[in-house]
Design a protein around this ligand. Structure first.
Ligand SMILES: [Zn+2]
Length: 334
């Protein structure tokens, strides 16, 4: 029975081919494996500067390699090394960065950056006997989504028109140290970056419901109109229910790309948003944020959707309008 079932699936997929909206076989299983690894007790909450973060970075790099991503550096491969300080002590950390070259001879000089942070807050005060802050939704889920996107887009018969840079950032929980380092040492010309889509908290589907996400900062921009027009032909929806969106816009690595300071003025440099599938902020930085609570089927569906979306965006003019006045009203200098 099993074999006949498998053969008919193979035949079917061979006949139909893989479309942008299809889930690459094994995506949900991969997402589950990666989240269980990153958020396992053995990883001790992925504290910046720890041995466990070294292991996590190598794990992500190995998946990037499997996906066919090019390492960004001839010297340090997939790793962008940096140092930062915590309590006056210096710690070493790494971002993990790979890229796929665009398929259009002109547009490939422009970039879309996909990102997710893979650090968390380590071991802290025990709650009900548990002291490991596993950080499954925050943000093993976003990291696994980024890895699955690398595999899905890497397997497309034709690459997206613009080049895609995949960045797994460390240091986010210390104040976006990794993404800020990247922006200060960008490796690619930042004026050629058309968009940053950042992935955080993609594992919880009970609050908003399945196949729904929020875009932080959507009220500053018309980017959500572009998403809405694309989404009409998909089974995903960008919902606008998150009243604190303006504030959480600055709560993740997208802010490192979005905001530059010019004297007293804050201006948007790169349109940069975080895609989130929950507005339940109660789980953040709790010992109960664990891998068994993630909805891997919903995540796999998100990956299939986002891979198609990114291919679409990579060919779009991306003339994104930004409402500077609305932004200035909410922006808080960090
Ligand atoms: Zn986070």
């Amino acid at each position: 029975m099993k074999n006949i079932f498998l053969i008919s699936i193979l035949l079917l997929s061979g006949l139909t081919g893989v479309r942008a909206q299809d889930t690459l076989p094994g995506t949900a299983a991969n997402l589950k494996t990666w989240c269980y690894f990153l958020a396992s007790d053995d990883m001790k909450g992925r504290k910046n500067g720890s041995l466990e973060m070294k292991a996590a970075a190598e794990y992500i790099a190995s998946v990037f390699q499997e996906a066919g991503l090019k390492p960004f550096s001839t010297e340090t491969g997939y790793f962008q090394e940096y140092t930062t300080t915590r309590n006056n002590a210096e710690i070493a950390e790494r971002n993990v960065i790979g890229m796929l070259e665009g398929s259009d001879s002109l547009l490939k000089n422009e970039w879309i950056i996909l990102s997710a942070h893979f650090d968390h807050i380590g071991i802290r005060q025990p709650v009900n006997g548990d002291s490991i802050y596993n950080g499954a939704d925050d943000n093993a889920s976003g990291t696994a989504t980024l890895m699955a996107l690398a595999k899905t887009i890497g397997a497309m018969p034709v690459m997206p028109k613009r080049s895609i840079l995949f960045a797994a950032f460390s240091g986010e929980e210390m104040g976006m140290r990794g993404s800020r380092w990247f922006v200060a040492h960008p490796l690619i010309p930042l004026d050629q970056v058309k968009l940053n889509l950042n992935f955080e908290m993609e594992g919880e589907s009970a609050t908003l419901g399945k196949n729904k996400y929020l875009l932080t900062g959507d009220i500053f921009t018309d980017f959500d109109d572009l998403l809405d027009s694309y989404n009409k032909n998909t089974n995903w929806e960008c919902v606008d229910v998150y009243q604190t969106t303006p504030k959480v816009f600055q709560a993740s690595d997208n802010a490192a790309f979005a905001v530059i300071h010019e004297g007293e003025k804050t201006i948007l440099n790169i349109p940069a948003f975080t895609l989130v599938t929950t507005d339940n902020l109660q789980v953040i930085h709790k010992v109960t944020d664990e891998a068994q609570n993630m909805d891997y089927e919903n995540m796999a569906s998100l990956v299939a959707y986002a891979a198609g979306l990114i291919q679409f965006l990579a060919a779009d003019p991306l003339a994104i309008h930004w409402d500077q006045e609305a932004f200035d009203k909410f922006y808080m200098k960090l």
